[in-house]
Ligand binder design. Structure first.
Ligand SMILES: Nc1ncnc2c1ncn2[C@@H]1O[C@H](COP(=O)(O)OP(=O)(O)OP(=O)(O)O)[C@@H](O)[C@H]1O
Ligand SMILES: [Mg+2]
Length: 358
């Protein structure tokens, strides 16, 4: 068996994993390791004929043998032809939003997702996705993650349309000037879609008359810029199960919105195919799975297994179909979003605000 390892210290870990895999009847030809303070990532070149499903089933045993802090996360990386196992050595500690929030002027729509498994601040430009789907069981930390996203977007004065079917999650944002509306009903969502479509159409006219391909190009060297416009939906299942037709009109916005700086972020505790349909998946390339009930649920959200092994609140796996594999992270802790307003709300007069973004 050929083994690749760097410094001597790493050898023992790889030997231990090799031994464990051998005991479990999993043959492999090569193992690469990448490690940091929190996590060891092993990329395993499985021998021909070894099924990924067999390794998936062995993750708990591997975690036990390797003395992991939690069940290891394992998933195949098709492009590289390897199976990756991430073993947490030290718990990714829960950090408060104000610790992790970072103003990023270089990004169009930066959103703070928390801390990644390298211990770094995890910030993503929503514009590049441009739509994000979050799934996880009740209590897995979806709403807190949405608060982190909303607060990040308030920090750049994005135009926000919030949907809160539970009617209790988003009330504190009522007074914030860049929140356009907070809706709780299906009719409210129809209204949001029609308002955002109007913004989108008028932006397309302006983009075309100024010969710009998208909002980023348009904003370049312009005083009055096109702001990010984001629809945030807390429980998508509550909306779509009442009115299936809403899916098609929302997906039109999801599909066409990118050039005009428009994004959608939605969360659901029911990752079933009737809630996360093929149409939704085709239009939401950003995916986050928090703790889920089964491997099937993880597949529905991420197109990959892995999230079924998350055991901790606020831990998530992120995928954007661009970066290789999945990224394990922990969302920030936010006790009360209004405590963070001082940090994110930029004190500006209304006229200044109107001049900044149209
Ligand atoms: N980063 C964190 N660290 C520690 N605890 C957290 C963190 N994020 C959330 N929590 C706790 O987890 C609990 C559930 O979070 P949240 O309400 O966001 O879950 P949810 O997935 O939205 O649940 P539901 O589907 O029922 O709405 C909350 O009590 C919250 O305090
Ligand atoms: Mg919630």
């Amino acid at each position: 068996m050929k083994v690749t390892f760097g410094p001597v210290l790493k050898k023992t870990k790889i030997d231990k994993l090799l031994e464990t895999l051998e005991h479990l009847g999993i043959k492999c030809s090569n193992i690469y390791i990448d490690e940091n303070e929190y996590i060891d990532k092993y990329d395993i070149l499985l021998s021909p004929g070894v099924k990924v499903s067999k390794v998936n089933r062995a993750l708990i045993d591997i975690g036990l043998a390797m003395r992991a802090q939690a069940t290891p996360i394992g998933y195949p990386i098709m492009k590289d032809g390897v199976y990756r196992i991430e073993i947490l050595k030290k718990e990714l500690e829960s950090r408060v939003f104000s610790d992790l929030y970072k103003k990023r002027d270089d990004l169009y729509a930066p959103i703070t997702l928390g801390i990644d498994s390298n211990g770094h601040k995890f910030v993503v430009d929503l514009q590049t996705l441009p739509n994000l789907l979050v799934g996880g069981i009740p209590g897995s930390g979806k709403s807190v993650l949405l608060h982190s996203i909303i607060l990040s977007l308030i920090g750049i004065d994005a135009k926000l349309f919030l949907v809160d079917p539970k009617m209790v999650e988003f009330n504190m944002y009522d007074e914030i000037s860049c929140i356009e509306t907070i809706e709780n009903t299906v009719e409210g969502v129809h209204q949001i879609i029609s308002d955002v479509t109007e913004i989108m159409d008028s932006r397309f006219e302006r983009l075309s008359s100024s010969k710009c391909r998208n909002a980023l190009e348009y904003n370049h060297n312009r005083k009055v810029k096109m702001s990010p416009v984001v629809i945030v939906i807390d429980e998508w299942a509550d909306i779509v199960l009442q009115d299936k037709t809403i899916q098609r009109s929302l997906c039109v916005v999801a599909q066409k919105g990118r050039a005009a700086g428009i994004s959608i972020v939605m969360a659901t505790q029911r990752p079933s195919v009737s809630v996360i349909s093929g149409l939704i998946k085709a239009n939401f390339s950003g995916r986050i799975a928090m703790r889920v009930a089964s491997r099937i649920d993880s597949r529905i959200i991420l197109d990959d297994s892995g999230a079924e092994n998350i055991t901790d609140v606020a831990m998530g796996l992120y995928s954007d179909h661009k970066t290789n594999g999945l990224r394990l992270f922990r969302a920030p802790f936010i006790e009360d979003p209004s405590d963070e307003f001082d940090l994110v709300v930029t004190p500006r007069s209304k006229t200044f605000w109107e001049k900044m973004w149209e």
